[in-house]
Structures are given as C-alpha cells and as structure tokens.
Design a protein around this ligand. Sequence first.
Ligand code: T5A
Length: 230
Amino acid sequence: MSDAVKPKQPPRGRFITFEGGEGSGKSTQIQLLADRLNAAKLRTITTREPGGSAGAEIIRHLLLSGMAKAFGPETESLLFAAARDDHVSQVIEPALAQGTWVLCDRFTDSTRVYQGELGKVDPKLIRAMERVTIGDLKPDLTIILDVPVAIGMERALKRRGTAVPDRFEGEGVSFHEKLRDAYRKIAEGDPQRCALVDANADAKTVAERIWKALRDHLFTVATVRETTKA
Ligand code: T5A
C-alpha cells in the first residue's frame, strides 16, 4: 500500500499514573482530570491497579481480601505483576495505540513502594517483574498525591464507612508514614516523570495543582495541536 492510501495512525495517547498513600484522593482526582481532558476533546479512559481488566480484577480480589498475605510479600508481588501483565496487554496498550489517554490509579511505583520499600522484596526481583510486565512502557507523567498520614487515614475511613479495612488499609500509622517517605523519595529521584502534588486541600484546589503539573510536564503548544488533530 502506498503512503498516500495508508490509513492515518492517530498519535499515541498519553499515559498518566496517580500514586500516593491510602485516602490521598487519587480516584477523586482521576475523575476530575478525565472530565477536563474529555471536555478538551482528548479521548480519555480511567483505570486502576490492581485490576482494570477482567483477569486482573480476579487477582485484585485475592490480594485485597488478604488471602495472599500468608504467602509473603514475594508472592504478593508476583500476583500484582500477573495482574499488571493482563491489564497492560488487554487495556492500557490497546488504548494508547488508538490515541486514547489513559489515567491509571496506581501502577509500578505502588509495587516499588508497598512490596519493595515496605515489604523488603529484593529490588532485582521488582525490576525483573517490571521488564516482563511493562517492557518499555513508562508513564509520561506520574502524579504523586502527598497528604499527612492522619488526613489520608481519616479520608479512607470516611469513604469505607463500616466496611472492614482491606489488606493494606489495616496496617498501622508507622507503615503509612514509611509509605509517604518512600513516595517522596521516588518523586525526588525522577523529577522528569513525577510531580509531587500537595493534596492537603479541597478537591478543587488539588485539581488545579494537578492541571498545572500536567501543563508543565506535558502540554506544549505542539503537543496540544498534534493531539487534537487526531
Ligand atoms: N497495591 C497496589 C500494592 O500493594 N502494590 C501494587 O502494585 C498496587 C498496584 C489498592 C491497594 O493495593 C496496594 C495499594 C493499596 O493499598 P484500593 O482499594 O484500590 O487499594 O485503594 P487505594 O488505591 O489505596 O485508594 P483509596 O481508595 O484508599 O483512596 P484514593 O483513591 O486515594 O482516595 P479517594 O479519591 O477515594 O478519596 C477517599 C475519600 O476522601 C474524600 C473522598 O470523597 C473519599 O470519601 N476526598 C477528599 N476529602 C477532602 N478533601 C479532598 N481533597 C478529598 N479528596 C477525596
């Protein structure tokens, strides 16, 4: 087929991940950002980990119910990796290839922090699993929502109501303090990819901070023109 008659490939979508401790407001902010991007005519989907695809949602249940905890952090890491592998191949990659922006609630940084830093899983195993599950796929931007632990736990409790805390919500304050430090370290170590956003404010204010981070990291005039042409 000559170049003249080949169907035009849309520019690849952007991949934005949201990270942070429990109750930091990721789900709330992902939805607000998706609404804003869709209103700007950038086709956008939201998804989450663990989960996001049919197979991965089954593994989510195993992990968050605490059923896998007894097998230890290495086995939990392998399960998170298996879920991610399905999610990337079934949902994330196809959407990006079609020019859709993908906003994902948690991704590889969660494994690095929860299983790596907190669970003491060997970083070599974490890196090996990343190579297998995501290959060259790297988020274009990672928003790390930072809130004091007490605020995050209070918000998570409010949202949960009378339900039983899940596998990680049930951990103590020092676990959540370490989580927060680990996320700050990731943001410091990779400022090209990560934006640390102060999320200790009302949802609208936090959304504006995220929008600014997105503009600073991703939106140049050329990007907007190229993406909206598709
Ligand atoms: N995990 C995950 C690993 O260990 N390794 C991995 O590799 C991966 C991928 C997933 C768990 O799995 C672990 C980490 C997690 O422990 P989950 O059920 O998906 O668990 O939950 P979380 O990702 O932890 O997210 P949460 O549901 O706890 O909270 P969010 O999404 O951060 O917060 P959100 O938006 O639901 O808000 C919580 C409450 O606060 C309110 C909301 O209305 C809601 O009630 N709220 C605010 N209140 C005041 N001011 C604001 N700015 C607010 N924003 C939201």
